[in-house]
Design a binder for this molecule. Structure first.
Ligand SMILES: *Cc1c(COP(=O)(O)O)cnc(C)c1O
Length: 402
């Protein structure tokens, strides 16, 4: 027998019906357990709060997990991107090609070094960088290309590697969406010359705030270790072991250190990554299955030979198939208690770039068209099966399919 709430629940919350959820489900969220807290407390009771053994332990664990020789922990993902640009010596006059469909930090890092970001377009159905447009945008001034493994799906690395080799530019990865993803069996973090990761609470593992760069190149790793510590040529460990107070600073560096407290949290989180990746993939599969029955909802296409880390689950709302546009879908789902979001407004459209050389040379029509249709649904390992069912129910309701 149907209760009155069943009837009432069919009315969209946006016009006064009962919402599917009473509390807002965010699009991403950390998962902290008692063992994470215990790991942090243990460091707090010890002698080292920063630049101590917990940092080295985290770096070793991360390098091992992604199959790289070195990891350098820094204060956040943006600092990791900045360190990579510093390490390849980006400076005034240098260009770095980045996809326009990514978080603004990918381009900011180039500007921090007084270089110029050049924006490349993405493929419509994956939002991964289009290798042909990368190549089209190469000039003599380009020093590096930055792959962004968008939403957690690795880019076409075979094509990108071959472009980087043919044109003698560095292939770097902004892997902030893709910890735990693989391409042809190779983990993100061991594919490009350097890969940046973020440990912000919405990412795969968290340190509160945190970041790291992985690489197989010892000289680059050393350079970035100095960069995070004012480019001092000796840190306190080597000054102690060499019984000297002296150091030199030849380049401008930053304080981008990550504390032992944060590294203890990140190391403990890393031990749970595999289970969390499985859970993210399960949730994505449940959404795929449910939404293929709703015309006008198009999840990003999955390409072969790669394992997606599903940092984000993004759909395109095809208005002329489902009858509502993205703005309406956003409004309806928010009213139902689903914390949908939009990732991202293409960087070349942001005021900072729109009127300068970066913006003027962008010409990225596919990213611009995608921006009108994309919608990010909640995905994070701590979501329960009920949470997943509510997202699906709200989706069916918002798109008129109950
Ligand atoms: C999160 C993120 C960053 C920045 O990381 P922070 O730790 O927030 O500084 C950079 N690039 C991409 C693609 C990201 O998703």
């Amino acid at each position: 027998m149907k209760s009155s709430t069943d009837c009432k629940s069919k009315t969209l919350a946006v016009v006064g019906g009962e919402p599917v959820r009473t509390s807002m489900l965010p699009y991403g969220q950390q998962w902290i357990d008692e063992d994470d807290i215990a790991a942090v407390v243990e460091v707090l009771r010890g002698n080292w709060l920063t630049t101590g053994p917990a940092v080295e332990r985290f770096e070793a664990a991360l390098a091992k997990r992604v199959g790289a020789k070195y990891a350098v922990a820094v204060s956040n993902g943006t600092a990791a991107l900045h360190a990579m640009m510093h390490a390849i010596d980006v400076g005034p006059g240098d260009h770095v090609v980045v996809p326009t469909m990514t978080f603004a930090a990918t381009a900011s890092a180039v500007r921090y070094c007084r270089g110029t970001p050049i924006f490349a377009d993405v493929e419509s159905d994956t939002l991964l960088v289009d290798p042909e447009d990368f190549e089209r945008k190469l000039t003599k001034s380009v020093k590096a290309i930055v792959a962004v493994d968008f939403a957690g799906q690795p880019c076409d690395y075979n094509a990108l590697r071959s472009i980087a080799e043919r044109h003698d530019v560095a292939l770097l990865t902004d892997g902030c969406h893709a910890l735990g993803a693989t391409y042809d069996g190779q983990p993100v973090g061991s594919i490009a010359k350097m890969t940046a990761f973020s440990f912000h609470p919405v990412k795969h593992i968290t340190a509160g705030e945190g970041g790291a760069i992985t690489t197989n190149d010892e000289a680059l790793a050393d350079c970035m270790r100095q960069f995070r510590n004012h480019c001092m040529n000796r840190d306190h460990h080597s000054r102690q072991s060499q019984a000297t107070w002296e150091y030199d600073i030849a380049k401008l560096g930053f304080n981008y250190r990550l504390t032992d407290v944060q590294c203890a949290l990140a190391t403990n989180q890393l031990s749970k990554l595999d289970g969390w990746l499985t859970r993210r993939r399960e949730i994505a599969a449940a959404y795929d299955e449910a939404f293929k029955k709703i015309p006008g909802i198009a999840p990003l296409r999955q390409k072969p030979n790669r394992e997606n880390a599903f940092h984000l689950y993004i759909i395109r709302v095809i208005a002329n198939e489902c009858g509502i546009d993205r703005a309406t879908a956003f409004e309806r789902l928010r009213a139902e208690g689903i914390g949908v979001n939009v990732h991202y407004q293409p960087i070349h459209q942001l005021s900072l770039y729109a009127n300068d050389e970066s913006g003027q040379t962008a010409n990225c029509p596919r990213a611009a068209a995608a921006y009108a249709e994309i919608l990010t649904l909640p995905i994070f390992p701590k979501m329960t099966d009920d949470d997943v069912a509510e997202v699906i129910a709200a989706g069916r309701k918002a798109f008129g399919k109950q």
